[in-house]
Design a protein around this ligand. Structure first.
Ligand SMILES: CC(C)(COP(=O)(O)OP(=O)(O)OC[C@H]1O[C@@H](n2cnc3c(N)ncnc32)[C@H](O)[C@@H]1OP(=O)(O)O)[C@@H](O)C(=O)NCCC(=O)NCCS
Length: 184
């Protein structure tokens, strides 16, 4: 075995993206948010839950081991803020799974298409400044700058024509492509 192969980290072959329903999916959803927004980004201390979690629909990405969903590595939540106006928030992908299998992009697609099927006529998010280009490439437009939690954000709106409605029982399978699986 070469040194390169020995040093290569484990990369899952498959991920699933779907609405979180089971207790382990919901526990993983909150644990990942704490990891990203409390421990990594220091935006909240201890826990990032708020009153929106009482009404929000959680969406997760889980990595698979031996073909079975094993661990939550991606999260986002959606809720209807006012009639027809839906919002997404707390988008997070665990650090070692970023830029690997389009997990963030597919979480957004699942989030917006789900809201669309539930009657959304607008879908909005407050996006951290370093992610504005990422959202633009996914057919979101900027509505203006805003400070949130003391950090620069952008109010952004999804182009719903790019996110067709779909049923709520969807499970999407993601397979990282070979070029993405080469980790230095
Ligand atoms: C932002 C975040 C969710 C992106 O998740 P991800 O799984 O790495 O994103 P994807 O793999 O789906 O990225 C899709 C494409 O966008 C690119 N991309 C990812 N993050 C980007 C960014 N911040 N700016 C520009 N492009 C970006 C990827 O390289 C990839 O490009 P490709 O299609 O050419 O391969 C992730 O970096 C994260 O969790 N960050 C910490 C928490 C955070 O910032 N949350 C968002 C709050 S608004």
């Amino acid at each position: 075995m070469t040194e390169d192969v020995e040093n290569r980290p484990f990369i899952p072959v498959e991920y699933v993206v779907r609405l979180a329903r089971t207790p382990w999916e919901k526990a993983g959803f909150y644990a990942l948010r704490r990891e990203v927004f409390c421990t990594e980004q220091h935006i909240f201390s201890g826990d990032d839950r708020d009153e929106i979690d009482d009404v929000a629909i959680p969406v997760i990405a889980a990595c698979c081991v031996a073909g079975m969903p094993d661990r939550v590595v991606g999260a986002v939540r959606i809720h209807e803020a006012e009639t027809g106006v839906w919002r997404g928030s707390r988008l997070a992908v665990q650090a070692e799974h970023r830029k690997l299998g389009r997990i963030g992009a597919e979480l957004i697609r699942m989030a917006v298409s789900t809201a669309h099927s539930l009657g959304a006529t607008r879908f909005l998010a407050q996006v951290q400044e370093q992610n504005v280009l990422f959202f633009r490439r996914l057919y979101w437009k900027s509505l203006g700058e805003v400070i949130l939690h003391g950090l620069p954000h952008r109010d952004m709106q999804a182009d719903l024509t790019r996110y067709p409605p779909h049923g709520l029982d969807q499970t999407w399978l993601l397979r990282p492509q070979p070029r993405n699986r080469q980790v230095a």
